[in-house]
Design a protein around this ligand. Structure first.
Ligand code: OAD
Length: 234
């Protein structure tokens, strides 16, 4: 590995678990009591918009009650202090990485605190708890057309061109708190490794793609990530 490696870090729901946000695939396979297919697909939105809007409205309210944890803070510190290339890619729709101070960050699955307009395609900040009430789009003025700015199954994740380039240029790829169930994110380790990166996983349990990682550290993100960041910055 070069002296100053280019780093790509992928985070998933596990990084926010210690802040009090539920992961997607709990032991019961449900996300906050719902099947992912009932709240996270374009078909679900078309079938029962009220349910889907209420679900994300509730997630937004919950988000206002939680804080970044030690893992978010350590990653924000690495982002601020690492002099080389770094991209933090999160699958999470919470804003805990930003609130901890991360800047070189992309939200590949969208954001809870953002609205997507079905009339004009604009994305706008949305911090309220009432998208289901049909507020007007701040960009085009049309009412009742905002939907959660969440990448549903079957939709294209954001920032894929930026992510692909970073993976190809990465010397170190680190995956934190993700089960490896959902593509394309689950395949990033393979892309990075085949392009020459060293690969490290930090997770509570081995992920589905565990065999693609050169190194695996098993434990809670809040315990493991600060120590790893210290190692990188020393
Ligand atoms: P999952 O819920 O599938 O996986 C979370 C992973 O985090 C599991 O492997 C847990 O073992 C691990 N974990 C739990 N607590 C942890 C902790 N304190 N420290 C470290 N690891 C911990 O969540 P994701 O892999 O993020 O998509 O799910 C990927 C995507 O599936 C999500 O982004 C979402 C969902 O459908 C969209 O919203 C589009």
């Amino acid at each position: 590995m070069p002296e100053l490696p280019n780093i790509v870090i992928l985070t998933g729901a596990g990084v926010s678990a210690e802040s009090g946000l539920a992961t997607f695939r709990g032991p019961d396979g449900l996300w906050e009591g719902h099947r992912v297919a009932d709240v996270c697909t374009p078909e679900a939105l078309a079938r029962d918009e009220a349910l889907v809007q209420r679900f994300y409205d509730e997630r937004r309210v919950k988000l206002a009650t939680v804080e970044p944890n030690a893992a978010h803070r350590a990653l924000a510190r690495l982002d601020a202090e690492w002099p080389g290339g770094l991209l933090l890619v999160t699958q999470n729709v919470d804003d805990l990485h930003q609130r901890a101070g991360a800047k070189r960050l992309v939200h590949m699955h969208g954001e809870l605190r953002s609205a997507l307009c079905r009339a004009c395609g604009g994305r706008s900040p949305f911090a309220g708890a009432d998208m289901g009430a049909g507020p007007a789009c701040p960009e085009c003025g049309e009412a009742g057309v905002l939907r959660p700015d969440i990448v549903f199954f079957g939709e294209m994740p954001y920032a894929m061109a930026v992510i692909d380039r970073a993976l190809m240029e990465a010397d170190l790829f680190v995956s934190i708190g993700t089960s490896g169930n959902v593509y394309p994110a689950a395949g990033f380790v393979q892309t990075a490794r085949y392009c020459g990166a060293r690969t490290l996983e930090m997770n509570l349990e081995p992920s589905l793609g565990a065999t693609y990682f050169h190194e695996s550290r098993i434990g809670a993100a809040g315990d493991l990530v600060p120590g790893w960041v210290e190692e990188m910055l020393k």
